[in-house]
Design a binder for this molecule. Structure first.
Ligand SMILES: NC(=O)c1ccc[n+]([C@@H]2O[C@H](COP(=O)([O-])OP(=O)(O)OC[C@H]3O[C@@H](n4cnc5c(N)ncnc54)[C@H](O)[C@@H]3O)[C@@H](O)[C@H]2O)c1
Length: 443
């Protein structure tokens, strides 16, 4: 989707195009089964809101907050009325982007403002739950960055508050609003890749995750991602999105978790691991193999759903079939020549030969170019669903309608991240604890 200025029409053309594209490629019922959260932002509802605008405020105006401002300015039914941050340079930078907004440094003051319909929280993770709970209590609609919270008990408290409130609550799990993920998921659920037999997700980068610090006493404030008081490390920062995709595909939750986390390269005083490997096992034996390492980027980032008939590479919006009749003659020939060559190598005994990855033919899940993140960027990329979910939230601020299952999905993936951290910390197998189960979960 190309972002456009759309003030003239007063309608969010990007959101409308997103919905139209999905409607075009799938029937309404199939769509509702795979993405029930989209029922809160149908074309009819978009029409209904007319020229009304959601009056929103940002709490946390650092890197991600400013990225949201960039997107909000392109959403006709959004109006940024206030900004809040405790760090003056970030507040000033955001204010320069929208000078008409009021500014403050204490989010509680902002929550007293009756002019504000909804708040967008982009603070470090440790403040997600406290601000979300206060904002819901103050009667605001809330859009909070992922992950849901820093601790399991906070997740539970947010989930319970959501059960009691009539306010809309979103967590920025943008893959849920990304056209290629939605289409890929529909194809998985329609049986294209057969039975889902496993999942492999990884996120590799080669960067220290550090930000420059103007003076030493600001180290923990600015580099909060590296310290456990504020951050769940690679699991809550990166894996959170990917584990949601796995549960979405499997339509259930893993029951057993085991893993190892270490600092293998960035030995610079940080407290969070720079290398994590976690295995999540579903009750039927299927597994998610999760890996993240930030000192080598060869493998990039991938969310792979493996079926007995094929593989869905969600990140690239491509699928591959195990037996692909659409392979070109040349490809088949190359495959045959290669296989004969390998078959004649006498290595390690008569029945062994190298099992290399086969040449698979990629098939796109959506038409047009797919925007893929090179793995370098910490604030997200255009066209990854972040703009669409934000637009859906602003729509909810006007209609008051909750988006089905968004909170539940965020709860499930965040809890899995935190249990992954616990398994690595305690170096043991963990069974999913009963006290954190919710009715939405199937095991
Ligand atoms: N969905 C995604 O793909 C995605 C991408 C990037 C970041 N994020 C999330 O966004 C959040 C922010 O990340 P970031 O990179 O922008 O961090 P950042 O450090 O750049 O910005 C955080 C801002 O919050 C401010 N802040 C801290 N405590 C506050 C408080 N009590 N009240 C008001 N402001 C406060 C800080 O001063 C800072 O300006 C994190 O939770 C991160 O995981 C999500």
């Amino acid at each position: 989707m190309k972002r456009e200025r759309q003030e003239e029409s007063g309608v969010d053309l990007n959101l409308r195009r997103f919905i139209k594209n999905l409607g075009y490629i799938a029937g309404g019922a199939a769509l509702a089964a795979t993405v029930p959260w989209l029922s809160a932002c149908t074309p009819e509802k978009l029409q209904e809101i007319g020229r009304r605008r959601a009056r929103v405020a940002l709490i946390g105006t650092g890197s991600r907050g400013q990225y949201h401002i960039h997107n909000l300015k392109l959403i006709p039914h959004a109006q940024i009325v206030a900004l809040c941050d405790t760090y003056a340079p970030n507040l000033e930078a955001a204010h320069a982007l929208c000078p008409e907004a009021r500014v403050c440094t204490d989010y509680r003051r902002l929550l007293e403002d009756k002019e504000i319909d909804g708040v967008i929280i982009s603070t470090p993770l440790n403040m997600h739950a406290p601000i979300t709970l206060d904002a819901l209590a103050a009667g605001k609609h809330v859009f909070c960055e992922k992950a849901m919270a820093l601790t399991l008990d906070e997740c539970k408290a947010v989930y319970e508050a959501y059960q009691r409130t009539d306010r809309a609550l979103y967590f920025c799990m943008q893959r849920m609003y990304d056209e290629k993920y939605i289409r890929g998921m529909q194809l998985i659920h329609s049986g294209l890749i057969g039975e889902v037999v496993g999942m492999r997700c990884h996120w590799f980068r080669n960067a220290d995750w550090r930000r420059p610090v103007p003076s030493p006493e600001l180290e923990r404030t600015i580099n909060w991602r590296l310290y456990r008081e504020f951050s769940g490390g690679l699991m809550t920062e990166l894996a959170c999105h990917q584990l949601e995709v796995c549960n979405w595909a499997a339509k259930k939750m893993p029951q057993t978790i085991v893993g190892m986390g270490d600092i293998v390269y960035w030995r610079d005083g940080r407290e969070v691991w720079d290398s994590v490997n976690v295995t999540y096992r579903y009750s039927d034996g299927r597994k998610i193999a999760y890996e993240s390492l930030i000192s080598n980027k060869y493998n990039g980032m991938e969310d792979q759903i493996l079926g007995n008939l094929g593989t869905m590479d969600m990140t690239r919006g491509l699928y591959y079939l195990e037996e692909d009749r659409s392979q070109s003659g040349v490809r088949q020939l190359i495959g045959q020549v290669r296989d004969r060559v390998f078959a004649s190598i006498p290595a390690a005994g008569p029945s062994w030969r190298p099992e290399l990855r086969s040449e698979y033919m990629p098939h796109p899940v959506i038409e047009g170019a797919v925007h893929v993140n090179g793995g370098q960027n910490m604030i997200g990329v255009d066209e990854d669903g972040s703009d669409v979910i934000l637009s859906a939230f602003c729509q909810s601020c006007i209609t008051g309608e909750k988006a089905e299952n968004v909170v539940e999905e965020a709860y499930c993936s965040t809890v899995l991240c935190l249990l992954g951290n616990r398994a690595m910390e305690e170096r043991r197998f963990i069974e999913f604890p009963d006290e954190y189960k919710i009715p939405y979960m199937k095991f």
